[in-house]
Write a protein that binds this ligand. Structure first.
Ligand code: SF4
Ligand code: F3S
Ligand code: FES
Length: 243
């Protein structure tokens, strides 16, 4: 690693902005957030960057590094040796200031999803395989990097048509729990828009928690919608049985 990092940081607000260059002394093991803290402490105290845990646990420090959605606290600068490092806010959400975006749309979406509704009182008795299946979804730290990269939300402004991969994970967490009594399939088919996903798997690639979003959450949810609304034999059976 050279002695100096050339950092180009997007500075601005909802009215526009531009990249500003900062030169930061390199330290072994440095992550992008360390370099931004150096800038705040020494060069630009008004630089806005959101962070909290600095341990890849809180999901606060999401941004884009050289065009890829990343946690700033988990992105090592020695991965960018010999390159300028461009740091920009997440493109899918409105900018508040510099690297800080307004992700409140996600919290509005979360309110539309019915919570886990157990069919029997705790303590729950269930197979280990069922516990393991939903455990993966609990790892989500709500960084919204998957929402940032999903082209339906990012390039097609589909926020009124699709809840996005993070909320497919949330719905899968409830729907795949064997003791949940709520039916979220109509929500998935309509307001949540699971069929807007065309399985590009970009969300899975950027997830810092390595959740297999597409294979383990979205595709099984699509199958539930297909079974309910597009399987002709099941549709006929439901009509005849009145169920
Ligand atoms: Fe972040 Fe992964 Fe959760 Fe998406 S599913 S919000 S990428 S942790
Ligand atoms: Fe978007 Fe992931 Fe589907 S990136 S299109 S939700 S596979
Ligand atoms: Fe918490 Fe980066 S500061 S995830």
């Amino acid at each position: 690693m050279s002695d100096e990092i050339v950092l180009k940081v997007w500075r601005g607000d909802q009215n526009g902005g531009e990249e500003v260059e900062y030169r930061v002394p390199a330290e072994p093991g440095m992550v992008v957030l360390d370099a931004l803290h150096y800038v705040q402490h020494n060069l630009a105290p008004d630089l806005a960057v959101r962070w909290n845990c600095k341990a890849a646990h809180c999901g606060s420090c999401s941004a884009e590094v050289n065009g890829f959605p990343k946690l700033l606290c988990k992105t090592r600068l020695d991965d960018y040796v010999g390159q300028e490092v461009h740091v920009r806010p997440m493109a899918t959400f409105p900018v508040i200031k510099d690297l800080v975006t307004d992700v409140s749309w996600n919290y509005q979406v979360a309110k539309e999803i019915p919570l886990f509704d157990p069919v029997e009182p705790a303590p729950f008795h269930m197979q280990q395989i069922d516990a393991d299946r939903v455990q993966e979804f609990h790892r989500c730290i709500e960084c919204f990097l998957c929402q940032d990269t999903c082209h339906v939300l990012r390039n097609h402004n589909g926020k009124d048509k699709y809840f996005g991969p993070r909320f497919m994970v949330k719905i899968a967490e409830f729907e795949m729990h064997p003791l949940d009594g709520e039916d979220r399939v109509p929500l998935l088919a309509h307001e949540a828009g699971v069929n807007m996903c065309n399985v590009t798997k970009c969300c899975t690639e950027v997830c810092p928690q390595h959740i297999r979003i597409t294979d383990n959450a979205i595709i099984p949810l699509k199958e539930r919608v297909a079974d309910r609304y597009y399987d002709p034999i099941k549709i006929l059976f439901r009509r005849l049985s009145g169920k």
